[in-house]
Ligand binder design. Sequence first.
Ligand code: GTP
Ligand code: MG
Length: 195
Amino acid sequence: MKVQAKFVTSAVAPEGFPPEGAPELAVVGRSNVGKSSLINAMLGTDLARTSRTPGRTRLLNWFDVASKPPMRLVDLPGYGYAEVTKQMRESWRPLIESYLTSRTSLAGVVLLIDTRRGAQDEELDFAAWLHERETPLVVALTKCDKLAKNKRMLEVQRAKQALGLTRPPLAVSALTGDGIDELWRMSLAIIAPRK
Ligand code: GTP
Ligand code: MG
């Protein structure tokens, strides 16, 4: 899928969130899991900044996407990176929680998990928290290019079971484009659910 997209704004605090608008899909996951790369792969651009240094994205970044219907992708700061200062880590959580709990245009969350790491406590807690709040969730296992196909399938099943999902998570790669079309389909299904 080819779409036009543009950067809207960044924010470090709720005061800086842009006015509510098109339905938003928030891309969430551990630092370095590949959130910004995946957004770029979906948009066919390099609008979202990526890096080898974990903790690169410290802001929330909004991108307007001219999909049908239009939506916004939101690149959230990564959690769980041990080497950032404690103060920094403590400031992230309330910021992300404040976004996820207060944003009325939030339509759903794309939770990313590194295929080779699998779901850990943070992901299990987070998925349960979203489930409780009835927030639509798509789970994608990133960097699947790093595993052979049979091992990928094993990880997909493992994550499905660990997270108690009704459908298997997607295996995606920003590098090869694997799973990106399917991710679009799931994303659009959240943005424009059939009545
Ligand atoms: P933070 O903003 O720091 O939380 O990181 P992020 O989750 O946005 O990750 P980012 O997209 O910056 O990618 C982190 C690293 O993983 C970079 O070195 C990317 O090149 C690499 N990477 C991302 N996606 C893929 C992928 O699909 N395959 C492979 N092999 N590497 C990837
Ligand atoms: Mg990033």
